[in-house]
Design a protein around this ligand. Structure first.
Ligand code: SF4
Ligand code: SF4
Length: 530
């Protein structure tokens, strides 16, 4: 079995090695016809820009990491300066440098990679999947039959913040930086999944399609690991199946099929994402597009509002926020599959908990205020509210929260700060659901303190950094706004002390909490007693 696993690692590394080398490889050359078509498609009508860019790139060879976006940036800057001086606003170029450079590369690739897409898919994704499964599946035997084993987790550099974890961290952060800010280097990756994208939406793949496909692939492979590891725990098996289903069907397949049926709008609709996680739902361009498109557009608008203000909170009342964070959400789904080996890194310190409260609620307030501004701008058609440009607030939020926090930090930091960095410190929807869960819900984790042997497994593997053991020792219910109801504390408890329950609201809140009035005092008290 060990031999199969070692061969699996070798195969995985070959596939992974080819994948990460692709941004540095390949040949690109744009002919005149494709250039002209691209300019028309991009709606560019600045002769200065077209002439300069044509002179710089048409029929010229661009290989590997030679940057195109800097050329586009220089040409755009010059053309826009002249058009601004001449007050020719309709001729200014508004397309982003990176976006334009990415489109140019996509059009101009030639050679082995774009000519052997299926083979290249097998050499990257195929080997990666095969190698991973050869490593994971034999664990059915090597882990033994009963119980959930985390043996040696602090002795492996992949899971104890050792050198492998740091390499994973560097890869994840770099991957997100390329996706968000240097997508021209993701073009070779798009060729690998072009045939899949074509068969789903009828279009060639963009770098966001690569991300979506990779997201589903990684989740599926790591879900197999969850099935193997937690195979004796029905809650974990069902929960894993649920997040996998919602990610693949709702977040990936349906939006792609909607494009094929020409039912999609510029924003890929994931019907399960509620505001404020879906932070651009109330942006004026989105509202305008939905209202103007009638039929399905209006349905999406009404559904989005209902989901946010009725369905989500009502479900949290009955089941706690676990129904969303641990059973439906794509961010939670990745955290629970790819992130599972890192859950022990979530800090349980009082300091982290205070940072969490300020940060996550700060993001929620920011999201609500920004939305208020954009709605005001939408209804009054004002671009400036209280002296602040509406667009600049939207851009700031998209950049810092949407790209940096949710993407680069939220997933990139898994191997170092645990798997729920985004959910715990940044997700405004989690903060909103947390309020409902804390003050008006039937959900709680009950503890049978007499059975607790203080092993600390529950606290160690709580991905939200909750000191579960402290509650268990006192025999108190856990009613914390941050608990995502993953159920791992209960799964790893050797004494069956912890139970996730939805019961009557009476008796749900602990007497100590009522006495002390707030969580800060309670946590300080519990920390002192540890
Ligand atoms: S307390 Fe238990 S169920 Fe809640 S987040 Fe922590 S491990 Fe998951
Ligand atoms: S895992 Fe169970 S036995 Fe161990 S400290 Fe937590 S509640 Fe107690």
């Amino acid at each position: 079995m060990k031999a199969i696993q070692h061969i699996g690692i070798a195969i995985f590394l070959v596939g992974f090695g080819i994948f990460i080398s692709l941004p540095f490889l390949g040949n690109f050359k744009l002919d005149q016809k494709s250039f002209d078509e691209l300019m028309v498609y991009q709606g560019i009508n600045s002769e200065i820009f077209i002439n300069d860019l044509q002179a710089a790139i048409v029929d010229k060879d661009f290989s590997g990491i030679m940057p195109l976006s800097s050329i586009v940036a220089t040409v755009t800057e010059k053309a826009n300066a002249i058009h601004t001086e001449n007050r020719e606003w309709n001729k200014k170029v508004y397309a982003s440098d990176d976006g334009l450079a990415t489109s140019i590369r996509k059009e101009s690739g030639y050679g082995f990679i774009p000519e052997n897409k299926v083979l290249m898919w097998f050499l990257t994704f195929g080997l990666g999947i095969l190698g991973s499964l050869m490593f994971i599946i034999p664990q059915v035997v090597t882990l033994g039959r009963k119980g959930i084993k985390n043996n040696g987790i602090y002795h492996q550099s992949s899971t104890n913040k050792g050198w492998i974890a740091w390499l994973v961290f560097i890869f994840l952060v770099s991957f997100y930086l390329v996706l968000y800010f240097q997508s021209e280097y993701a073009v070779n990756w798009t060729y690998l999944v072009d045939p899949i994208s074509k068969s789903l939406s009828g279009n060639l793949a963009s770098h966001w399609f690569v991300y979506g496909f990779m997201y589903c692939t990684v989740m599926s492979v790591m879900a197999v690991r969850m099935y193997v590891k937690y195979r004796n725990n029905k809650y974990q098996v069902l929960r894993t199946t649920s997040v996998l289903f919602f990610q693949i069907v709702f977040a990936f397949l349906i939006p792609e099929v909607m494009v094929r049926l020409q039912l999609s709008y510029s924003k890929g609709y994931d019907f399960k994402n509620a505001f404020p996680l879906d932070y651009d739902f109330f942006f004026s361009w989105n509202l305008t597009e939905l209202i103007d498109s009638g039929g399905l557009g209006l349905f999406i608008l009404i559904w989005g509002i209902l989901l946010t203000v009725v369905i989500v909170p009502v479900m949290v009342y009955f089941f706690g926020k676990r129904w969303y964070c641990s059973w439906v959400c794509g961010c939670g789904g990745l955290a629970e599959t790819l992130g599972d080996p890192y859950r022990q890194h979530s800090s349980t310190s009082l300091f982290s908990w205070k940072v969490e409260r300020w940060l996550v609620h700060g993001v929620l307030v920011f999201a609500v205020v920004m939305t208020g501004f954009t709605l005001y701008g939408f209804f009054t058609e004002a671009n400036v509210v209280l002296g602040i440009e509406v667009q600049s607030i939207m851009n700031t939020y998209s950049f810092f929260i949407g790209a940096i926090f949710a993407g680069v930090i939220g997933t990139g930091f898994y191997p170092i700060f645990g798997n729920r960095v985004w959910c715990r410190f940044g997700c405004p929807l989690a903060a909103y659901l947390g309020f409902v869960q804390r003050f008006k819900s039937r959900f709680r984790i009950t503890t049978n303190g007499a059975q607790c042997i203080s092993c600390g497994n529950c606290t160690t593997y709580c991905e939200m950094g909750i000191d579960v053991r402290a509650y268990a020792q006192k025999g108190e219910n856990i009613v914390r706004s941050s608990c995502v109801g993953c159920g791992i504390c209960s799964a790893v408890c050797p004494r069956g002390v912890l139970k996730l329950e939805n019961g009557p609201e009476d008796g749900r809140i602990n007497p100590t909490e009522i006495l002390l009035g707030n969580d800060v005092d309670l946590i300080e008290l519990l920390n002192k007693r540890r």
